[in-house]
Design a protein around this ligand. Structure first.
Ligand code: FAD
Length: 425
């Protein structure tokens, strides 16, 4: 292949890119996906598919959670155990989707998800997946964009959908946006076996002062291996000159709640790192002949580090918009500008609470206040539905936190009778 052309070219065979291509194919539109890597792509991630991700996946593959090979590798997760800085803990159980038969949450290794999506793409005659094509140059002339790599290959298209993740500089090159460390995070992830787990299928979140605002996370898989990861905001890492890989290992080796559990643990492979472009500010997601999806558009929720639901959702929206642009034969910035509104309106409810809280994270009292609150909840409660609803499900957090009834619910719960047993001596 030296030169190809296509009605739509997608950069990035991640969840956002694949979803875009599948939805385009559903309405009979051909696309080419370019990816710099080959499958299985092992993107560092906590590997959690929430009910929103599962709902989007089942729109494309109704049997995704049952009946397919991949479903055997899905590990059910019912909630998350929050380990507070004072070594007490409480649980936040996931809520079922209203009126929908969608499982609550699964852990699935990204390599397994990638193999599945890659196989589906290869089997689809309307999708051409070209791997090991690292897009290095984007040139626009007379309404046509030429995407080239360093090996003399190129693809011409009137519409580029950038789904190249958080790390790729392509989105910034197109929109002119500079990296803003306050709206970016950094994460590391490693897989382990032989970690001692509590008798539950829950994930676990550890909040510790030295990594705030940020957290350490464990997700168990179907085969008794674990995803262990840590995410911190980039400006804090930079300001405090933190070596995040070192801090990650220190947590495992020294934290009173973790060191015993990791005593016989074995790391599988290496610690891998990645950036997270946070949905804590509104960005531009379009321009002449291009639109952005998934992490490239900066859609990750700062509170949960979840970006997959938004990647699947934005992929679907990008495909719908591409169809409109093809029909109108209009790829101008004026036309594609409509996509910004469609995208941010749809995604807003998933990042809204984080967007509301993020500016306070810069304040000197934020870590101190968060610590006191989390310690308070963990010491007195087994679970906190009001906090769970605010952090995970509230699409109107701005108003919820102004209601006195919210504070009654959040603070006045029964004392946790088991709290003492979680204390580290
Ligand atoms: C530590 C960590 C934990 C996380 N945990 C979760 C979680 O549990 N649940 C959740 O929902 N989200 C989580 N996320 C976020 C989630 O991983 C991302 O939101 C998601 O992967 C976004 O998908 P995407 O398709 O936009 O980008 P990506 O998955 O990053 O895919 C981008 C693709 O583009 C390709 N690419 C990049 N540049 C080029 C180029 N120049 N040319 C060609 N190809 C290119 C890459 O090879 C890659 O395949 C986590 C992130 C991190 C870092």
């Amino acid at each position: 292949m030296t030169n190809k052309n296509t009605p739509v070219c997608i950069i990035g065979a991640g969840p956002a890119g694949f979803t875009t291509a599948f939805h385009l194919a559903k309405v009979g539109i051909k696309s080419i996906i370019l990816d710099k890597d080959i499958s299985p792509r092992t993107k560092p991630c906590a590997d959690i598919l929430t009910s929103i991700s599962l709902r989007e996946l089942r729109k494309l593959f109704p049997k995704f959670t049952d009946g397919l090979e991949v479903s055997k590798r899905l590990a059910n997760s019912k909630g998350v155990i929050i380990h507070a800085p004072n070594y007490h803990q409480f649980t936040m159980e996931y809520l079922p989707e209203k009126g929908e038969d969608v499982p609550l949450c699964y852990a699935l290794k990204r390599s397994d998800l990638d193999v599945f999506l890659t196989e589906q793409a290869r089997a689809n005659p309307l999708i051409e997946l070209i791997e090991q094509f690292n897009v290095k140059k984007i040139h626009r002339e007379n309404g046509i964009v030429t995407l080239s790599d360093n090996k003399g290959r190129s693809v011409e298209t009137p519409l580029v959908i950038v789904a190249a993740g958080s790390n790729a500089p392509l989105a910034g090159q197109l929109t002119g946006e500079k990296k803003d460390f306050k709206h970016f995070a950094v994460g590391v992830r490693a897989y382990f076996k032989n970690v001692k787990m509590p008798q539950t299928s829950n994930c676990e979140l550890f909040i510790r002062e030295k990594m705030m605002p940020g957290a350490f996370y464990i997700a168990p898989f179907y085969d008794d291996t674990m995803n262990v990861n840590m995410v911190m905001r980039s400006d804090v890492v930079k300001k405090k000159k933190i070596n995040i890989k070192e801090l990650f290992l220190k947590m495992i080796q020294e934290d009173p709640d973790l060191k015993e559990r990791f005593k016989d643990a074995e790391m599988i492979g290496e610690i891998q790192g990645s950036g997270l472009k946070l949905g804590t500010k509104t960005r531009k997601a379009s321009g002449d002949n291009f639109i952005l999806t998934g992490d490239s558009a900066g859609l990750i929720d700062i509170l949960s580090a979840n970006g997959l639901p938004q990647a699947f959702l934005s992929g679907r929206l990008a495909a719908e918009f591409a169809q409109k642009a093809i029909l109108a034969n209009d790829y101008s910035a004026q036309f594609t500008g409509q996509f910004d509104e469609i995208l941010f309106d749809a995604v807003d409810k998933y990042v809204k609470t984080g967007k509301l809280i993020a500016p306070f994270m810069d304040k000197s009292w934020y870590n101190w206040a968060t610590k006191i609150l989390i310690n308070f909840f963990a010491k007195r409660m087994q679970t906190n539905d009001a906090l769970r609803d605010l952090l995970m499900y509230d699409s109107d957090a701005k108003h919820t936190i102004l209601k006195p009834s919210f504070y009654l619910k959040i603070f006045f719960r029964s004392k946790n009778p088991d709290a003492e047993s979680h204390l580290v001596s």
